[in-house]
Design a protein around this ligand. Sequence first.
Ligand code: HEC
Length: 161
Amino acid sequence: MFKKITVSIVCLAAFACTNEKPQKETNSSETITVQLKDVQTQLTYCYSCHNPKSESHDAILAPPFVAVKKRYMMSYADKEAFVNAVSSFAKNPNQDKALMRGAIGQYGMMVPAPFTEEQLKQVATYLFENEIEAPAWFDEHEKQMHGQMGMGQGKQQSGSN
Ligand code: HEC
């Protein structure tokens, strides 16, 4: 005599609820070539404005990098194009290059970053290759502000049951 045992459903549910954010994960099949330690100096500088630890949307001085990355990926999905666009903007920010016009209105134009082109390409590569930390308030803000734009597409499909 056999009994059907259906405990597996419970296990699946438990896995689905594990919502740990991976610290380092490529979002493409690219290999990681730039490590955090290689860009710590640049990133510390960038994060003084693009701060993922900011407490609210009002407390941040520039759009969080997670938003910058999303926007740049929409226009420059290719790694080289992405790196060139981000580094060249950081070297010499101006209206013509800007993709985030709304952010300029909100925060003012970014000042040129005091790094070499090489250093900026490194930090741009780091942004491309790694999962970027989002501020705690970001998801909610994005839902409110940008929900209609489909920026979060495919990010989290709700479960099928
Ligand atoms: C002094 C504050 C400050 C620092 C430091 C800073 N940024 Fe910015 N950044 C801004 C502001 C403000 C904006 C939004 C306005 C704009 O787009 O220029 C911005 C926007 C951007 C954008 C999007 C521009 C667009 O509109 O397309 C990129 C890319 C960027 N920053 C890269 C960097 C990088 C890389 C670093 C570090 C090397 C950095 N930023 C450091 C203030 C800063």
